[in-house]
Design a protein around this ligand. Structure first.
Ligand code: NAD
Length: 343
């Protein structure tokens, strides 16, 4: 509390976020798993994301993800995340974001965090959780293929490596030679091990991978040949719009949240529109973790995570607690000012 009795408000920079999360891949995947379980048990509020789009800038958007999560986490808040793909050519990341954390008891915002790192981290952690659970009962994937090699692909690789995965082969396919080269440079520097192969043709990447990670910015499906998936890979369909409905209809489909994922022209949404039903969905990742759904092995398995605000809150609160513990919180004195009702 400040002298006026106003609740404190802190600002947490990207550098502090990065520091708080560095080397914590195992803790964060456990936290994300716990948050999926809380969400599955109904101990969360996670309304639909709100998409702000612009008629004059159709490839750009800003999304609001309000949420509330219970359990030990007990925090409310909002992620506000922009996607401006044109940034990349100008040397800036596509996505930028802030996360506001609100106090459960007073509703007061108590922190604003740089959140592109939180967002990439929770996305990568959820991919690592899915890779772990969805490959159980199959030979553990030793060949991973990255379809789209930007920032999210880098974070997913870091999380896979940081949670015990190692690969004999790492395949890379990207429309941009610069992205492929940049990702390869990251892999070499990370000491990932395994042979790195760049693939010109998407078909060759998919056929050569037991674990396929889609992290493109495709707006509509561009992969439709089912024969490429004949070896039944585990597919982390993080970018959500790459696969034609026909691929999904021949696969075992898991999502993070059914209502969220069947929206906004994702591939599962297109599959629902095509068939008029949701029967093609096996369930959620939480269903698999809780043993309510068993993943059959004789088909490809596709995880399409819409990305839940509750995960941003969980990771954001973790960061806040770490920074507070280190004594480095940057509190903005007097941020809330008009706190006496009659002055
Ligand atoms: N589901 C989630 O929770 C979640 C969370 C965060 C990001 N994402 C998604 O992840 C994707 C990647 O994000 P990023 O920050 O890494 O973007 P980025 O711009 O850094 O990288 C995307 C890469 O994909 C490549 N690409 C685009 N279309 C392609 C195609 N058809 N084939 C091959 N490569 C292609 C681009 O050249 C680029 O290198 C975005 O679609 C984003 O919306 C999903």
């Amino acid at each position: 509390m400040t002298g006026t009795g106003a609740p404190p408000f802190a600002v947490i920079s990207g550098a502090q976020v990065k520091q708080a999360l560095r080397g914590r891949e195992r803790q964060i995947t456990e936290l994300v798993e716990e948050t999926y379980r809380l969400h599955g048990a109904g101990d969360s509020v996670n309304p639909p994301s709100y998409f702000l789009r612009f008629p004059d800038r159709p490839s750009s958007r800003i999304i609001a993800l309000p949420a509330s999560v219970g359990g030990k986490l007990r925090v409310d808040g909002l992620k506000w995340i922009s996607s401006f793909p044109g940034n990349v050519a100008a040397g800036l990341p596509r996505a930028s974001a802030v996360l506001i954390l609100n106090d459960r008891d007073t509703g007061y915002p108590f922190a604003c965090l740089e959140s592109s790192i939180v967002s990439a981290t929770r996305t990568a952690a959820s991919a690592a959780v899915a890779a772990e659970w969805l490959s159980r009962g199959r030979p553990r994937p030793a060949r991973v293929g990255f379809f789209g090699a930007g920032l999210i692909a880098r974070y997913i690789h870091t999380f896979l490596a940081g949670t015990g995965w190692s690969f004999d082969e790492i395949g890379v396919h990207d429309l941009s030679a610069a992205s492929s080269a940049g990702f390869r440079g990251y892999l070499e520097q990370s000491g990932a091990g395994g042979r790195i192969t760049g693939y010109e043709r998407p078909e060759d990447l998919i056929r050569s991978s037991d674990l396929v990670v889609f992290a493109t910015i495709a707006g509509e499906p561009h992969v439709s040949d089912l024969s490429w998936f004949r070896h039944n890979p585990v597919v982390l369909h993080v970018s959500l719009r790459d696969l034609a409905p026909e691929i999904l209809l021949a696969s075992v489909n898991l999502v993070d949240d059914v209502e969220h994922c069947l929206k906004a022209s994702t591939s599962p949404h297109l599959a629902e529109q095509l068939t008029g039903s949701r029967d093609f969905l096996a369930g959620t990742l939480d269903d698999v973790m809780a043993g309510r759904v068993t993943v059959p092995t004789g088909r490809p398995v596709v995880f399409s995570p819409f990305g839940l605000g509750v995960l941003d809150l969980a990771v954001g609160k973790y960061v806040y607690d770490e920074v507070a513990r280190s004594g480095e919180l940057c509190v903005i004195n007097g941020f809330f000012h008009e706190v006496r009702r009659y002055g």
